[in-house]
Design a protein around this ligand. Structure first.
Ligand code: ZN
Length: 160
């Protein structure tokens, strides 16, 4: 069975930076499972996997535009520290979900300056060219329930 829209695809992957540093890997874990064509994974990887089958191995280099996006300086903003009531200590690298007109956004604390917190709304991997080594381990049809939920159930997916 080949990878196409509405298929559940299981992959083992190693993600490395342009400098060859390993950023993420499924090694030692169950394969990652995703539903093809639902934006579960970055577009560049989804495109590269189209038409592949179990046992296929690919190497693909993905520019930021097809990965986690270009780094946008306008997504860096200062927020009054009062907005973080209930958080004892705010440290660089902490991540929060905030509500924006475009929906829920993940922001990362860059630094604290006086009574302001500098937040970065860019994805931590934005602006990076990503090298993926991927092996397709299985491809199956998605169930109707999985398609309704927009994610995979069972091994490598959601349990609920
Ligand atoms: Zn579900």
């Amino acid at each position: 069975m080949q990878v196409s829209a509405q298929k559940v695809v299981f992959i083992h992957y190693t993600l490395t930076s342009e400098e060859g540093e390993v950023i993420d890997s499924s090694e030692g874990h169950a394969p990652l499972a995703y539903i093809h064509g639902h934006g579960n994974i970055i577009p560049g990887l989804e495109n590269a996997l189209l038409g592949k089958a179990a046992g296929d191995k690919i190497k693909v280099t993905i520019p930021p535009e097809d990965g986690y996006g270009l780094h946008d300086d306008e997504l860096i903003q200062a927020v009054p520290i009062d907005a973080f009531h209930g958080v004892d200590e705010i440290l660089p690298g902490m991540q929060f979900h905030t509500e924006t007109p475009e929906g829920i956004q993940l922001v990362t604390v860059v630094k604290v300056e006086g009574d302001e917190v500098i937040l970065d709304g860019n994805h931590p991997m934005s602006g990076l060219t990503l090298n993926f080594d991927v092996e397709v381990t299985d491809v199956r049809d998605a169930t109707e329930e999985e398609l309704n939920h927009g994610h995979v159930h069972g091994e490598g997916g959601h349990h609920h």
